[in-house]
Every structure is written in C-alpha cells, then in structure tokens.
Design a protein around this ligand. Structure first.
Ligand code: KIV
Ligand code: ZN
Length: 534
C-alpha cells in the first residue's frame, strides 16, 4: 500500500478541493429521515428510537432536523416536542399542512426548541390542486399567505414548500414563492414530490426562480427530491449549482416509494468533488457509517450491498486488477477513503475474557453512549456472544447493541427458544416470551424451524398480521457469524419491519418477529388522520 496519504484534507474538503483558501459556500443539510423517511412502509420509529437518531444527527452536524408531522398522531407530536427539548445545536422542524390546526400543533411541538422551525406546505401543481385539494389556484394562493403568516406569528423561522413544485406552472410557482417570502418564510423549499424532474430541467427551474422572483434574495432556496427515477441526488446537486443552498435528504435515502435523496451521497459528492461543486456542509462525514447503521437497525431496512457510500461493497475491491492497482496507489480505484465516512477496518475487539470496562470503552469508541441499565443488558448479551463466537468484531458489537438497547422498552420481550429441526421432522419450537412483564410459554409445530418458531410467537401473542418478508444476513464472515434477521409484518394496510441479531439464526428470527410485533403495537396506538401525504 502506498504510504502517500490520499485524503489529507480536513473534513469537508475532498481530494478535489480547488482552493483551500476559499472553501466554498455553505449548503444547509436538512434531514427528514424522521418525517419523510418514517412515512415509507415499515419504517416507523418509536420515541426512543427517534431520540437516538436525533442524537446522532445533531452530533454529526445536521443543520435542520425535521422531527415529524405533529398533527399526524399523539406519538408524532410527542416525538417532535421531545426532540425539540433535547436538541441544542440543530434547528428542529415540525411539518404542517396549510391549515390553522396543523400549524398550531406544529408550533406547539417545536416551541421549546433552541432553534424551532415550522415547515408548512400546500400543493401548487394543476393536478394536485384539482384532484387532491379540490381548490382553485386563487384559494391556494390565499392559503399560502394565510398559512405562512400564521406560522410566522408562532415562530421566527418558517419554511414553505409548494408540494409537487416541479409540475407546477412557472408563473404560479413564482407568484406563490413571492407571496410566501412576503408573508415571512425564510426558506422556500422546492419539492420534486414525485421524482419526476431531471437534472438539467431542475437546474433551469431553480435558476428561473432566482431570476424571476423579485424578493428571492430574502430567502434561502431549498430542494427536496424524491428518487422515483433514481435521480434524487443528481437533481439536488444540479439545484445547488443553480443557487439552492439547502438540501433536504434522509439517511440511507429512505422515504416514500423509491425514497428521498440520500444524505451520505449528497455530502460525500460535495466533499469529494469540490473542484466542480465549490460548496461545504457542516457534516462530520466520519459519522456517516454510524448514522447509516443506526437507521438501518431501527427501521429494519437493510442497505443494499452496492449502495454508494454506505453499502457493504462500497469500498471493497474484488478483482485482481483493482487489488493490484490499490496496492500500488490507493487513489487508483478509491475516490474517497473508507475512513472519511467512518468505516474502519474490521478489528478484532474482544473475547470472552474482556471486562466491562473494556467493553464500555469500545462502545464509546464506536459512538454508543449507554445508560447503566443499557450497558448491563448489552454486556450480558456480549458475554453470551463471546462464549459462542471466538472472534468478536466491531460489526458484531454494533448489531448486538442495536438489538439489545433499541428494544429495552418493548412490551413483548424474548426470553428463550428451544427448537427441534432437521430432516426427520416434525420441527417444533418451544418459546418463552415476557409480555407486559409476565412470562408466557408455548410449543408449536411448523413447516420447518422458522415456521414453528413464528407459530409459537403467534400462540403466545395472537394477531392477524401477515408475514410479508423474512430475510437473513450474516453480520460478519465465518460459520459462527451472527445472523441479522429482518421480518416485515402487515396488518390493516400498515407494515412494520422488525430486526433481530444473534449467533443462532432461529433466535435472531424470533427476536426479529417479536420486534416487529412491538412496532405493530405502537402503530396501532397511532391514529393518523386521513390523506396525510407529504
Ligand atoms: O415530497 C414532498 O413534496 C414533501 C413536502 C412536504 C416537502 O415531502
Ligand atoms: Zn417528500
């Protein structure tokens, strides 16, 4: 390996930096993982999970955290207001439709934030106005004025979005943007709600607004791109080149349908291609991997292996030619270092003789700060793992802690599982769970050990939910690797993802199923109003 350092610049300055003395203009990173991201099927997060995500987002330097849609449910309101009270450095935003009730609820949810923001929106495209809102353009225009004015009376920082902005007539878009700014919006966000635009067109749209809206200099232009054509990141970057200075995005690109622009891709593109995109963000890129893993563990959405920046293969070099090039000079096939996104070589961390103190320090090094109770739970799981697995790697600890700590408020908890399986049949599972503090057991048969295990769960916690996805992946290499299982359950049109990790695949399966059921319980408590789609 070449001794020559490839990426010596300070964070935010990539190898392509053209001039260290002029670092470029600042682009505001607005994260909507907990609002638009959470709206995607199966991605719901409970309060505790949202607080963990908020902590990581704040620590990594996200400028604005959109914490939820306060009118959507009691749970959403509580999450936004708890995040607002907790976060000190980032702005905390709550989303609201253009109605007094929505806006007042969002205002109440963010009011204790150090930096509160109300984000209000209304559709402006002919299609949405006619069919979704059933409102005439004049009424929509009036609603822009009224909603932004009302929000501005509650909060100094107001963002306004014309939903389906990229399919809105230009004259009407300019008029509504001007009115929103006049009414007090400090940020105007142009959403490509259905992921329809292409980079050149979006660049021209932002340039058109910059040229035609007379008071545009009084607001920051933001963009919010969906990924239906796989262009969300490219469109966002094109908009930045045209003058946008806020980008809305999500960790791992989660979001409605094909998702939103991926934060890690936007940030690393800006960092790596400073020569052509002379902009900086406030993100500590070394926290990207941690944020990605946390969001994946909480939502149960595994990141595809070839996903840019955070996929398992993003920095892997398999072919002989590439490996040879890498040995001669790592810049031959790597445009950014794994370290710059917080991906360090898998290190052997500890074994069964490692003590609590070493365990705690290692977790801190990995970015976990656990309470005493959480640490105790995680340490018990670690000891058990170390008894069964010779080498314990960073990845093992991350999977274990995500599993042990993220679940500790669950109403249903895994206790033990005994399975009889193999070709002679029948396959049976004997399971013990704790439900609201009470131990319950069940024995069930099934078509295979997984089926028997899930039947046993259903015998203890009867439910109508349908299994939609069962997926296993190995956390590390080796036959003693921990299995990470994802289970998706659907009930009454709502889906949830559960995850579980263990060195025993069946135990991981039971944990994942139980985790999904816990999420379903939370989801049942949430009663979303009709037609919330943003
Ligand atoms: O996609 C969209 O239009 C939205 C808005 C609420 C910004 O999510
Ligand atoms: Zn959206």
């Amino acid at each position: 390996m070449s001794a020559e350092p490839k990426d010596t610049q300070e964070p935010g300055v990539g190898p392509g930096a053209r001039d260290a003395a002029s670092p470029g203009e600042r682009v505001v990173i607005f994260d909507t993982t907990m609002r638009d991201g959470e709206q995607s099927p199966g991605c719901s997060m409970n309060l505790e999970e949202k607080l963990q995500v908020a902590d990581v987002l704040e620590e990594m330097g996200v400028d604005v955290i959109e914490a939820g849609f306060p009118i959507a449910s009691k749970g959403d309101f509580e999450a936004v207001s708890e995040i607002a009270k907790r976060v000190k450095n980032s702005t905390v935003a709550g989303l609201a439709r253009a109605t007094p009730k929505d806006i007042d609820r969002a205002g109440a949810a963010v009011k204790f934030a150090a930096r509160p923001r109300i984000h209000t929106f209304i559709s402006t495209s002919p299609l949405h106005m006619k069919h979704k809102l059933q409102m005439a353009p004049e009424a929509v225009h009036q609603a822009v004025h009224d909603s932004v004015t009302r929000a501005r009376n509650l909060c100094d920082d107001v963002e306004w979005s014309p939903e389906d902005g990229t399919r809105t007539e230009h004259d009407f878009l300019c008029r509504t943007v001007e009115t929103a700014i006049k009414s007090g919006a400090g940020t105007v966000n142009i959403p490509d709600t259905v992921g329809y635009t292409v980079p050149e067109e979006f660049h021209a749209l932002i340039a058109m607004l910059m040229n035609r809206v007379p008071n545009i200099d009084k607001a920051i232009i933001s963009v919010h791109c969906h990924n239906d054509l796989g262009l969300a990141v490219a469109n966002s970057l094109a908009a930045v080149s045209a003058g946008a200075r806020q980008v809305e995005c999500t960790v791992n690109g989660i979001g409605e349908r094909a998702g939103n622009a991926a934060m890690e891709e936007i940030v690393m593109a800006l960092r790596t291609r400073r020569d052509t995109l002379p902009f900086v963000t406030g993100i500590n890129t070394e926290m990207i991997t941690r944020a990605s893993r946390l969001v994946s563990a909480i939502t149960g959405f595994n990141v595809q292996p070839n996903k840019a920046i955070v996929g398992a293969n993003a920095f892997a070099h398999e072919s002989g030619i590439h490996q040879d090039g890498m040995l001669k000079h790592s810049g031959t096939y790597e445009i950014m270092t794994p370290e710059s996104v917080g991906l360090n070589q898998s290190t052997l961390v500890m074994g069964k003789h490692s003590g609590r103190h070493a365990f705690k320090s290692k977790l801190e090094e990995l970015g976990f700060r656990l309470s005493d109770n959480e640490l105790n739970d995680a340490f018990v799981r670690f000891k058990d793992l170390a008894d069964h697995k010779k080498d314990v790697y960073d990845e093992d600890l991350i999977a274990l802690v995500d599993d042990a700590v993220l679940r500790h408020n669950d109403r249903i908890r895994f206790v033990s599982l005994q399975v009889v399986c193999g070709s002679k049949g029948p396959q049976t599972a004997e399971l013990e769970l704790e439900v609201d503090g009470e131990r319950r057991t069940a024995k069930a048969d099934g078509n295979g050990p997984v089926d028997a295990t899930f039947e046993a769960v259903t015998a203890i916690v009867p439910h109508e939910a349908v299994l939609k996805l069962y997926q296993v992946h190995a956390v590390t290499g080796g036959t003693d690797a921990q299995a990470e299982v994802t289970v998706r359950l659907e009930e009454a049109g709502k889906s949830v993802n559960g995850q579980g990790a263990d060195y025993d695949t069946l135990v991981a399966s039971a944990r994942a199923y139980v985790n999904a059921l816990n999420k379903l319980l939370v989801k049942r408590e949430k009663s979303a109003p009709a037609a919330i789609s943003a």
